[in-house]
Design a protein around this ligand. Structure first.
Ligand SMILES: Cc1cc2nc3c(=O)[nH]c(=O)nc-3n(C[C@H](O)[C@H](O)[C@H](O)COP(=O)(O)OP(=O)(O)OC[C@H]3O[C@@H](n4cnc5c(N)ncnc54)[C@H](O)[C@@H]3O)c2cc1C
Length: 318
């Protein structure tokens, strides 16, 4: 039997996020998994049919803790201590990355971040992680208990299994003294699907030449029902907000199709998108590294290629 504590997240509508449903699938793939899913605050009604033994509710994350997660860390740590799980699973989100690292420190456990696979068929917990900027995949065996992991978005298909878990509130923990304070929050402006949840991502780089070109990428993304990403060079130039950045110091995505336009394919960029199911590159330099990573490529100027590409996608979708 493998006991798993899965720390859930919600989407903007307050529903269970797709990335959490992906983690539910990963958790249930472990040997004789007994999965407990923890929500901060009241669980959404759909939590009552998740494929899990138990759903627990921890205290809600209030505005003063949002982004800092000191109280949330204390709540997760207290519940983990009471449950003593074999595996604690998070999404590789801001929340998951912050809380998982602190939990690993508090419990003196190993943390494997940004995993795209987890198994324990032969007893030990093993994870697969992209390394060297996504140029290789490495397998790690985690010897600590609990094994703490964060899962990359898109690494698993969302769970469609159902169950009838018990739903209960965890005992509340003491409030922690916060050492940092949120002084202001700015909501991210975004139309459509979240970058991390998108099946299609259209990303632009320095080769676009300026901010206006991102309107063309937004067009393509909206025809595909996807989201717009960017290289750090494009974000640093101020052409698009940093919340769109894909890569080592940006977001990790694993869409079905990743279209890289005017992006050279530096290892730091590929670190965030190499686990995409198919990469399509549009670049005028045939020696660019992106063509080594791409399944399909077009050598040429994006300005000449994209309009007919978008028109063809529109026709095919019509
Ligand atoms: C610690 C560290 C962390 C980093 N983290 C990240 C990260 O998270 N994400 C990230 O992206 N980068 C990151 N970087 C930066 C990374 O190393 C690269 O500098 C960056 O990815 C380059 O962005 P780019 O491909 O858009 O630009 P460039 O490397 O300048 O490439 C532009 C490409 O556009 C092509 N091009 C030019 N004109 C056209 C045209 N008209 N049509 C088609 N193609 C054209 C060119 O041939 C070229 O290949 C990091 C770097 C460091 C040191």
């Amino acid at each position: 039997m493998t006991t798993v504590l899965l720390v859930a997240e919600r989407d903007e509508q307050g529903e269970i996020s797709q990335t959490t449903l992906q983690a539910v699938a990963a958790a249930n793939g472990l040997t004789e998994a007994q999965v407990t899913i923890a929500f901060a605050g009241e669980a959404p009604s759909s939590a009552g049919s998740l494929a899990a033994e138990k759903v627990v509710t921890l205290s809600a994350i209030d505005a003063s803790d949002s982004g800092i997660y000191e109280q949330a860390t204390a709540d997760v740590a207290a519940f983990a201590a009471s449950m003593n799980p074999d595996v604690v699973m998070f999404n590789k989100s801001d929340f998951g990355s912050i809380v998982s690292a602190r939990l690993a420190f508090r419990t003196d456990s190993a943390l494997a971040a940004d995993c795209i696979g987890i198994s324990n068929a032969d007893g030990a917990v093993s994870v697969t992680r992209p390394v060297y900027g996504g140029s290789a995949l490495a397998e790690f065996e985690i010897r600590s208990t609990p094994a703490i992991v964060t899962l990359r978005a898109g690494a698993y298909e969302p769970s469609t299994e159902t169950g009838s878990p018990s739903v209960e509130a965890a005992d509340s923990t003491e409030s922690v003294e916060q050492r940092a304070q949120v002084t202001d929050t700015v909501a991210e402006a975004r139309d459509g699907v979240r970058l991390e949840d998108a099946n299609f991502v259209v990303s632009g780089g320095r080769g676009l030449g300026g901010p206006e070109a991102f309107h063309v990428l937004t067009d393509l993304a909206s025809v595909l029902g996807g989201a717009v990403g960017a290289s750090r060079a494009a974000c640093d130039a101020g052409w698009i907000d940093h919340s769109h950045q894909v890569g080592l110091t940006g977001k990790s995505v694993s869409p079905d199709v990743y279209i890289a336009v005017g992006i050279s394919g530096a290892s730091q960029h590929m670190a965030g998108c190499s686990s995409s199911r198919a990469i399509v590159a549009i670049n005028k330099d045939s020696t660019s590294n992106i063509f080594k990573e791409a399944r399909f490529g077009v050598v040429g100027d994006w300005e000449k290629i994209l309009p007919s590409f978008i028109a063809t996608v529109r026709e095919l979708k019509a």
